[in-house]
Design a protein around this ligand. Sequence first.
Ligand SMILES: Cc1cc2nc3c(=O)[nH]c(=O)nc-3n(C[C@H](O)[C@H](O)[C@H](O)COP(=O)(O)O)c2cc1C
Length: 85
Amino acid sequence: MEKVLYLYSSREGQTKKIIGRIAEQLGHNDAASINLHENPDVNLSDYDKVLIGASIRYGHLNKKLYQFIEANQQQLSEMKAAFSA
Ligand SMILES: Cc1cc2nc3c(=O)[nH]c(=O)nc-3n(C[C@H](O)[C@H](O)[C@H](O)COP(=O)(O)O)c2cc1C
């Protein structure tokens, strides 16, 4: 079975709710849902697909998210990855 990760960067919880709803709609009830700020060292190679959800403040995503994407650029380009903000 495919392993799906829902990874989020949420300040007040809206993004967490939104990606939870997407997971529900796609039938990914068993997918992992991880807060990037609590688990910055999440290992993408443990998953087949990832959806990254992030909130915007004053035109910017959270700095930790930019750092995560930069650090995992190679892995993200080689797996099925989607982004929502
Ligand atoms: C102080 C503040 C600044 C925001 N700046 C932006 C922005 O620049 N662009 C945008 O599209 N939304 C902006 N928003 C809207 C948030 O991205 C939106 O409310 C989002 O759902 C919050 O998600 P979160 O609860 O997961 O942090 C802003 C919201 C707040 C409270």
